[in-house]
Design a protein around this ligand. Structure first.
Ligand SMILES: [Zn+2]
Length: 135
């Protein structure tokens, strides 16, 4: 799944308060602060490492990164693992967005081999209509 921004994607998952999802500008500000702090300690962090550190630190406090742009050519439904205790997943998946591995426009539950979810569940973002509208 790509991490680049998708500013047009404004749909957010429902999460139990006080959990929340950051906007892309908020996430990018946190990322910039982390990399600036690392630079002060003369640490050169690969981008993926910095992103994982930001996600892990913020997610531990109940604040999650924004939804990434879904990978094309598969179901665009996304799921945000947000409660490792009640949902029974490994803590390192906290805040790591998941994308359904099904065909675009499929019916029923979404599944990526790691998680199974419904569109109405907390943390779920339904696939957008444009996935089915593509030629
Ligand atoms: Zn799906």
């Amino acid at each position: 799944m790509t991490q680049p921004t998708d500013p047009a994607r404004t749909d957010l998952p429902q999460l139990p308060p006080p959990l929340r999802v950051l906007t892309w500008p908020q996430y990018e500000a946190a990322y910039a602060r982390l990399t600036a702090a690392a630079h002060r300690y003369r640490l050169q962090l690969p981008g993926a490492a910095a992103a994982e550190m930001v996600t892990d630190a913020l997610s531990a406090a109940g604040v999650f990164p924004p939804a990434p742009a879904p990978e094309p050519d598969t179901c665009g439904a996304l799921y945000l693992p947000h409660d490792p205790q009640s949902q029974g997943f490994e803590p390192e998946l906290l805040g790591e967005w998941q994308q359904c591995a099904g065909e675009p426009g499929h019916g029923g539950r979404h599944d990526n081999g790691e998680f199974i979810w419904d569109d109405g569940m907390p943390g779920a973002v339904p696939a957008r209509a444009q996935a089915e509208a593509r030629p």
